[in-house]
Design a protein around this ligand. Structure first.
Ligand SMILES: O=C(O)c1cccc(C(=O)CC[C@H]2O[C@@H](n3cnc4c(=O)[nH]cnc43)[C@H](O)[C@@H]2O)c1
Length: 240
């Protein structure tokens, strides 16, 4: 089972690879590098720190998927992973969230009647679902909370904005900046996609003193230690 894991920054990448033995570094065209670990159960994690935001995430994911396909060893699954803001009270600090619907929250237009997503403008898409059976297995294997992880290009900085997002997405548990970009690249390559986030802060007014990035990174390592049995699939149907 070959899994491409895409994070934003090297600290998140290193938290993922800490789940396995010492990583091997593999170059990608363009200068990026994959960190490869073999945790167990025949699973291989190739971990890429693609950069912050949906555009960098999509570009990095597409490059890694293309390189693998051209090399004759395509990936079976793509996972967008990292830290995230949690929507209180559903996703407390240090909790793990697996997204059953990876959703772009600010892809659309501002109008006098409020925000209108591109789907209501007549084009594009704003959400990609993760394979249902896989989400269930990940919840069982890692204890993750199941819900929507929103992708934003602008980090929420007020309680009012947080309330607006949850009103529009009642199932939202977390907010991050890369999942939808990773998902767009995965879907373009016909590869199933999952998003797995550890909550480092509360979505809302900036309070960096309240951040718990270290705890969130440790939770990410624990999640990827627990993940392989959920990915050892008896049949490809689980990925559909
Ligand atoms: O400077 C701030 O107040 C601030 C508040 C929240 C997040 C940031 C970041 O620079 C984090 C960006 C990075 O981490 C992910 N992340 C973590 N928490 C959040 C969040 O509350 N909203 C959106 N993204 C978040 C994100 O995926 C990025 O990779 C700064």
């Amino acid at each position: 089972m070959r899994v491409l894991v895409v994070t934003a920054v090297p600290a998140e990448r290193d938290a993922v690879t800490a789940a396995g033995p010492l990583p091997v570094q593999l170059p990608l065209p363009g200068g990026a590098e994959l960190h490869r670990v073999h945790p167990d159960g025949g699973v291989v994690f190739d971990v890429l720190a693609a950069g912050v935001g949906p555009a960098a995430a999509a570009a990095g994911t597409a490059g890694a998927l293309t390189a693998a396909a051209l090399g004759g060893a395509p990936y079976d699954l793509v996972v967008s992973a990292g830290i995230a803001g949690g929507f209180a009270p559903g996703a407390p600090l240090g909790s793990l969230v697996v997204s059953d619907e990876i959703t772009a929250a600010d892809l659309g237009a501002q109008t006098p009647d409020g925000f209108v997503p591109v789907t209501e403008l007549g084009f594009g898409t704003v959400a990609h679902r993760a394979p249902e059976e896989l989400v269930r297995r990940v919840v069982r294997a890692t204890g993750a909370l199941r819900g929507v992880v929103l992708t934003v290009s602008t980090i929420t900085g007020s309680a009012e904005r947080a309330v607006e997002l949850v009103a529009r997405h009642p199932g939202a548990l977390a907010e991050a900046m890369e999942g939808f970009g990773v998902a767009e690249a995965a879907v373009a390559h016909g590869v199933p996609v999952l998003e797995l986030r550890a909550v480092s802060n509360a979505v809302g007014p900036r309070d960096r003193a309240a951040w718990r990035i270290g705890e969130a990174l440790a939770a990410l390592t624990d999640a990827f230690r627990a993940l392989p049995p959920a990915l050892t699939l008896p049949s490809p149907e689980v990925l559909r």
